[in-house]
Design a protein around this ligand. Structure first.
Ligand SMILES: C[S@@+](CC[C@H](N)C(=O)[O-])C[C@H]1O[C@@H](n2cnc3c(N)ncnc32)[C@H](O)[C@@H]1O
Length: 228
């Protein structure tokens, strides 16, 4: 299993720059229609992720904020910062903030998840809604999330996360190149997240299946206190 991950990581690193540019192009095309297509299907995952993040504290960083579909789900007592690699997606999020008066959103910035321009220990929770599977070097991005997280803070992810088993795993692997072309990922293994957590001092607190019928999952990781 580790060897598969190593191979996947090397391939991803080689494609890193290329894929970041691909993502910008793909999401430039998605930006005008994204909400119509995905608002409904992702709502349960978005709500669950926002509720868990708010449970960890008030200072929240959202990675891959996109058109801002999660933003209205955070309680207004939170202070939310969002980043995304696509200026076109962020432009939609800015419109939403103004239109819906989402004043708990403090700033949105175009930024790459691999290199966060924030101080260490700045946030109570870092959220990654439907983005980790698209990031060329997910472990590097998770290291960055851990760096900007305060002690005891939480990382909350929502995505299509399979275990690679059986016929479903084989189909997901087979369609992965096609799915990548439209800005999604089908073959990302949940073991990649849990493996990173284990190696990086995080506890996997819960893995919640969400709509539709557990197809998507929300994963909650909590930083272990140093003396445990
Ligand atoms: C599937 S969309 C999800 C948008 C939003 N989080 C949601 O759940 O509706 C993926 C988003 O991740 C962004 N993204 C992809 N790679 C990224 C990276 N390396 N750093 C930051 N954002 C990235 C894309 O631009 C896009 O807006």
């Amino acid at each position: 299993m580790e060897r598969v991950h190593d191979k996947e990581q090397v391939q991803n690193r080689g494609q890193g720059r290329h894929r970041a540019e691909d993502q910008q192009k793909i999401y430039q095309r998605w930006a005008p229609v994204y909400d119509q297509v995905y608002r409904g299907i992702l709502r349960d995952g978005h709500r669950t992720l926002a509720r868990l993040a708010a449970g960890a504290g008030t200072e929240i960083l959202e990675i891959g904020v996109g058109t801002g579909l999660v933003l209205s789900h955070y309680p207004r007592r939170c202070r939310v910062t969002g980043i995304d690699i696509s200026e076109h997606m962020i432009a939609r999020a800015r419109e939403k903030i103004a239109r819906d008066k989402l004043f708990h959103v403090r700033q949105l910035q175009v930024m790459d998840a691999h290199a966060l321009a924030f101080e260490d220990r700045s946030f109570d929770a870092v959220c990654l809604p439907f983005v980790i599977t698209l990031i060329p070097e997910p472990e590097r991005a998770l290291d960055e999330c851990a760096r900007v997280l305060r002690p005891g803070g939480e990382i909350i992810l929502a995505s299509k996360l399979g275990d690679g088993a059986g016929l479903q795993g084989a189909i997901e692997e087979a369609v992965a190149p096609l799915v990548r072309r439209i800005g999604w990922s089908s073959a990302f293994r949940i073991s990649r997240i849990t493996g990173w957590a284990q190696a990086s001092g995080f506890e996997v607190v819960e893995i919640l299946p969400v709509f539709p019928n557990g197809f998507f999952k929300v994963v909650r990781l909590k930083r272990r206190s140093p003396n445990v």
